[in-house]
Ligand binder design. Structure first.
Ligand code: NAD
Length: 460
């Protein structure tokens, strides 16, 4: 394990400030080289990444490629578009500014801090790092100590391929995080829970540091009657049970039209068997809960409602079967906090207005899913609810589209990233207005006497 002495944090930041000042990161060619370097480093260490995720989460290799190493797609996207993103852009000016020209210049922020969670512990560190590099910043990254094997691999890869005065890793838990948060950064990008998000924002406020907070919450999934049932159940089961439900945008609970509920439950049961066999504990394609603490928290939820699919647990393995729970009440603990595990409660509705009212009575979610081909219903749900993002007739896939900014709203987060949005998050848009000397109209200069009618006309 590569450990950075916490007492050394101040030095790392100082060195990065010097590096940034040298102007190296402003060079677009340098940034592209570094993105290529990052891609190469990931490819070189694919095997260790797969092993680390297997050790931390029992993550199946296919899922590691899809959801962790797949971050390479983000790197390729940034490399492809970076020259265009970094160009200054002309801004239009109104008629009364006819002797001026206006442009917007994106510029890097400086030294940024990226703090990651344990559930997609590789991707959720590397993806924001792509934005930080693309935008021309130096970065300190703090992976989650709870996914300790992945944290070690990230530290090794970065130490081997990058100058710590440019990109550095600080490993550790709350203490390391707090030590870092006591320092001044030019941006803090945090992915994690809402409670810690508040701590991060409070620390950032001390220096007026801008933050991006990628948080969680309870993402609802509405199932209407106008669907292809077979496709719907597959997409729900995949999105809910990938990484054993430990996905920030997993469908947290289902809101199901009463008339289709029985068919849906039958379909879900069949699909769990199809994906993971009669005993998912033996499936190589099903992950485990990250820690004993989270395992116990989830087992407690099983007391709520009536388990109709799954429900089996194996504490020594931190295994919880893909589970569906019926007849839960909104007051049950499973409906009070983000589940973040393989437990799927079902709530029925008779009218879509009930489902919408329930969603709107709760904090704004990170994702909202709707299964329906009915255009009017789609429009109604889009118009009458607010969420970080929406995916219609599928789950989780929205995260893989680089042209869609990804982030929360309200309690589910502040700011967004992916693709161009990552570049924007780690850039400052500097507005530059330029006048010329060929003309100097005097309407704005003192003495003001007699100029008001013209000013009023200009304003009108
Ligand atoms: P967490 O908030 O417990 O930890 C995140 C990071 O914060 C870790 O690196 C941890 O070391 C650090 N941390 C923990 N306590 C701290 C403290 N008191 N002071 C400073 N730093 C501290 O989150 P987690 O358990 O790792 O992840 C689960 C949460 O993250 C869920 O709520 C999930 O929805 C959310 N999440 C959101 C996204 C997203 O993209 N929006 C993605 C993944 C996870």
């Amino acid at each position: 394990m590569i450990t950075t002495e916490l007492s050394n944090v101040g030095n790392i930041i100082q060195n990065q400030r010097e590096f940034f000042k040298s102007g190296k990161t402003k060079d677009v060619t340098f940034r592209i080289e570094q993105l290529k370097n990052l891609k190469q480093a990931i490819i070189e260490h694919e095997e260790s990444i797969v092993e680390a995720l297997q050790a931390d989460l029992h993550k199946p290799e296919v899922e590691t490629y899809l959801t962790e190493i797949g971050v390479i797609k983000e790197i390729d996207y940034a490399i492809k578009h970076l020259k265009n993103w970094t160009k200054s852009k002309k801004a239009p000016v109104s008629f009364d500014f006819f002797s001026y020209s206006a442009r917007i210049y994106p510029e890097p922020l400086g030294v940024v801090l990226i703090i990651g969670p344990w559930n997609y512990p590789f991707q959720l560190i590397i993806s924001p790092l792509v934005g930080a590099i693309a935008a021309g910043n130096c970065a300190i990254i703090k992976p989650s100590e709870i996914a300790s094997h992945t944290s070690d691999v990230i530290a090794k890869i970065i130490a081997k391929h990058f100058d710590p005065a440019y990109i550095a890793v600080v490993e550790g838990g709350v203490e390391a995080s707090q030590k870092l948060l006591a320092e001044k950064f030019d941006h803090i990008f945090f992915t994690g829970g809402t409670a810690v998000g508040k701590i991060v924002m409070a620390a950032a406020a001390k220096y007026l540091t801008p933050v991006t907070l990628e948080l969680g919450g309870k993402s609802p999934c509405i199932v209407d009657t106008d669907i292809n049932l077979e496709h719907t159940v597959r997409r729900i089961i995949w999105g809910k049970f990938i990484n054993a439900g430990q996905t920030c945008i997993a469908p947290d609970y289902l809101l199901v039209n009463k008339t289709i509920k029985k068919d849906l439950i039958d379909g879900l049961e069949k699909c769990v068997k199809e994906f993971y066999g009669d005993n998912p504990a033996n499936s190589p394609d099903y992950a485990r809960i990250i820690s004993q603490k989270h395992f116990e928290r989830l087992v407690n939820f099983l007391k709520d409602g009536e388990v109709i699919i799954g429900g089996e647990t194996q504490p020594s393995e931190r295994y919880i079967a893909p589970t569906v729970v019926n007849n839960v009440s909104l007051e049950d603990s499973v409906m009070q906090e983000e589940i973040f595990g393989p437990i799927l409660p079902i709530i029925e509705y008779t009218d879509i207005a009930e489902a919408i009212a329930l969603i709107n009575s709760r904090p704004k979610p990170l994702a909202l899913y709707l299964f329906s081909q009915n255009k009017n219903l789609q429009n109604q749900v889009l118009q009458e609810t607010s969420s970080g993002g929406v995916c219609i007739n599928d789950t989780v896939m929205q995260v893989g589209v680089s042209s869609l900014p990804f982030g929360g709203v309200g309690d589910s987060g502040i700011g967004n990233y992916h693709g161009k949005a990552s570049f924007d998050t780690f850039s400052h848009n500097k507005s530059v207005l330029q006048n010329s000397f060929w003309l100097d109209l005097k309407w704005r200069y003192a003495p003001y006497q007699g100029k008001l009618p013209l000013i009023k006309k200009l304003l009108g």
